[in-house]
Design a protein around this ligand. Sequence first.
Ligand SMILES: Cc1cc2nc3c(=O)[nH]c(=O)nc-3n(C[C@H](O)[C@H](O)[C@H](O)COP(=O)(O)OP(=O)(O)OC[C@H]3O[C@@H](n4cnc5c(N)ncnc54)[C@H](O)[C@@H]3O)c2cc1C
Length: 294
Amino acid sequence: MTAQSLPDPVPSGQSPAREKSGIPKNPGRRDLGMKVSLLFPDREIVEKFYVPVIYTACRTCYSEEVPEEIFAKAVDGGYDPAKMQKLISSVIESGHGSTIEHVVFTFAITGVSRTLSHQLVRHRAGVAFDQQSQRYVKFKGAATMLPHSIAEGDPALREKYEEQIDGALGLYGEMLEAGVPGEDARFVFPNAARTNLVMTTNLRALIHMSGLRLCTMAQWEIRRLFQLVRHEIFSVSPFLGSFLAPKCVPLGYCDEFKNRDEHCPIRPHKDNVLGAWAEKAAAARAGGRELPQA
Ligand SMILES: Cc1cc2nc3c(=O)[nH]c(=O)nc-3n(C[C@H](O)[C@H](O)[C@H](O)COP(=O)(O)OP(=O)(O)OC[C@H]3O[C@@H](n4cnc5c(N)ncnc54)[C@H](O)[C@@H]3O)c2cc1C
């Protein structure tokens, strides 16, 4: 497939979505031609075993019961599900992260650009990747990602971009035909080249990655990827899915220095929170009371 053979980010005849605020446009409204599927586990396994496994890890820390007993009772419905969720939520919120390293999720990720995959594989802790090889696969119809700023921008620039991409892919094919090994011919591939991966991650790493990549400061394509990841987790467990959020949500404030102007209003910026605290401390001091210093 070429750049032209995948759906445009904005289908023809439709006007681009209007930006409502300073937050970067939500890529979730666009069909980027990428796909995320949760390969394992399915909803039944998550419902029957995942919450009990996490609960067992949490409760073992605070109970005289042995883990086998806790797990068997949890699987058999011997604990109130709401109480199980409450303990798990409190433990996660208090940062006791090892309790959620006991469950893993495996995703098929297809049609993302190499620009995205290069960012994704920077995550190291608690996550494993396997990626389509550009050495062993001979790409007869390599597909590419078309960024919406180019798709919707100056038509002459878009034409030039597509010429470059098609030229690079054409040269790749020529080199293969001339006997250049795939591992060398691939040097001409653009960052836009699409790729496929399998990603397995424990829940702690997934929450961490989602915190960074669902943030509106993240690059649009990887942000979209994590929106799809979150959708997949929600489809097997709305409870576990609820922990996948931009990092500012559990933190209570934004720590991105590029958001000091609070153009993304999801949470107040750290500087403003600390400023408000300093004012409160000064007012308390004036009234003869000392507040703890931040
Ligand atoms: C918005 C954004 C912009 C970025 N821009 C750039 C950029 O311009 N250039 C660039 O190079 N990268 C960039 N990155 C990548 C970033 O620096 C990280 O490499 C990437 O997000 C992986 O996250 P992580 O370090 O939390 O690693 P993970 O592997 O996800 O690790 C999870 C956590 O485990 C702990 N941990 C993991 N490994 C170690 C270790 N070896 N030692 C101690 N603790 C460890 C840390 O607490 C870490 O946060 C960007 C990331 C984001 C989200």
